[in-house]
Ligand binder design. Structure first.
Ligand SMILES: NC(=O)c1ccc[n+]([C@@H]2O[C@H](COP(=O)([O-])OP(=O)(O)OC[C@H]3O[C@@H](n4cnc5c(N)ncnc54)[C@H](OP(=O)(O)O)[C@@H]3O)[C@@H](O)[C@H]2O)c1
Length: 370
């Protein structure tokens, strides 16, 4: 019998207390959060679990993998030198090599830090992928699904992309610029976001593409796609217009929980979750329902099912063709965007109805001025 294709996926603690509790309940109880951030720098890489039961619906083939953890929290990554963070990620990658993985997926900030996988890939003997191509595909599918349910025409939308200078944001904006009426690129560095605008408009686009660093301009958008590494809530209730749909791709989340709590006329969707084909068991609870995974994990699984052991997505410039290709391959093997959720919960019919009503243009009402 030929050996099953194998993969590993790297995660790291995002919510220090909650994530550490899943593996070390006692430590989480006694250590204050501040100390968890600090100590995470001294912790070794950890094999979290063996993943079984991912099975292609198209070929019937089953693959196996491992979840490995880089111990660093987002705060520890942000406050440490890049060399130190690379060393920890590479050490964790070496653990994946020793386990026998043929490809390694980088999760959350291990993919976003520094040059987005390039240095890590050079240091390892197995290929590496960030999973950002499929993340973009899934986030846009989720946005499209929500907009259809609300009854707005996709082609007429103004969509704001927050974190437009990043890998996920830029690639999403690139695709949206061919589909909707207006794209507002939101960044925090005026020159950075202007450069992305220049690159995206070097060829004619369907959408008018604008660049800004002003978060208050989110009020002009029917839909918001947010993907930053701010590490804290940057989108607040006053930033969004009635009827807006926000897909929050970021981990930790970009959108304040106050938006959902205080604005029942707005929908905040948990971005980037998918259903995995087959009787999958991760043997580890990373915070999603059974059978669900993050899109970045799923990209690694799709490549493994395809035996495409290559550095598929690395670096910050993701070609549109890769987003479209991985979406097709994922659908072929039976991966699907998960049912839409908000703050981890199903969205009630009443909420859909409220947002749908708020999103409808009122006769005689003016659009928000820029
Ligand atoms: N759900 C999933 O499956 C999934 C998969 C992959 C990634 N993600 C998440 O998606 C997010 C983006 O990932 P990425 O790979 O695109 O990262 P990235 O390439 O490093 O981009 C990060 C973006 O965030 C911006 N940013 C950083 N700090 C900020 C702040 N304080 N305020 C406003 N903007 C800030 C950066 O702006 P500058 O250019 O100015 O630095 C950049 O535009 C991350 O949170 C990651 O965890 C989720």
């Amino acid at each position: 019998m030929p050996k099953r294709p194998t993969f590993a996926f790297m995660i790291h603690p995002i919510d220090p207390k909650g994530d550490v509790r899943r593996r070390y309940p006692l430590l989480a109880k006694i250590l204050p959060e501040r100390l968890i951030h600090f100590l995470s720098g001294y912790w070794p890489p950890v094999k979290l679990s063996h993943i079984e039961g991912v099975q292609s619906q198209a070929t019937g083939e089953t693959i196996e993998g491992w979840l490995v953890a880089c111990p660093l929290t987002p705060q520890r990554m942000r406050t440490s030198s890049l060399d130190f963070v690379y060393r920890k990620i590479i050490q964790t990658g070496r653990l994946a090599e020793r386990l026998g993985a043929q490809i390694l997926g980088l999760g959350a900030w291990t993919a976003a830090i520094g040059d987005a996988g390039l240095t890590v890939a050079k240091a390892l003997s197995i290929p590496v992928t960030t999973g950002d191509s499929y993340t973009v595909a899934v986030g846009l599918q989720q946005l499209r699904q929500a907009i259809a349910r609300i009854g707005l025409p996709w082609e007429g939308l103004t969509v704001a992309v927050v974190g437009a200078t990043g890998a996920v944001g830029r690639a999403a904006a690139d695709l949206l610029a061919d589909q909707v009426e207006r794209v507002i690129l939101v960044g925090r560095r005026p020159r950075g976001v202007a450069r992305v605008r220049e690159a995206l408009t070097a060829t004619p686009r369907r959408a008018e593409v604008e660049a800004t660093t002003d978060l208050t301009r989110l009020r002009e958008a029917h839909a918001i796609f947010s993907a930053t590494t701010a590490g804290r809530a940057i989108i607040q209730p006053q930033h969004v217009r009635p009827g807006a749909v926000i897909v929050d791709m970021a981990l930790p989340r970009d959108v304040s929980t106050r938006v959902s709590r205080r604005r029942d006329d707005v929908l905040v969707i948990d971005g980037g979750t998918v259903l995995v084909p087959g009787p999958v068991d991760f043997h580890f609870n990373f915070g999603l329902p059974r059978g669900w995974a993050y899109a970045c994990m799923a990209e690694t699984m799709v490549l493994t099912l395809e035996r495409r052991f290559e550095c598929y997505t690395i670096g910050r410039e993701i070609p549109k063709a890769k987003v479209l290709e991985i979406a097709d391959l994922a659908a072929y093997h039976g991966f699907r965007p998960a049912p839409l959720t908000s703050l981890g919960h199903r969205i009630s019919e009443a909420r859909w109805a409220r947002v749908r009503q708020a999103a409808q243009p009122r006769p005689g009402a003016q659009e928000e001025p820029p």
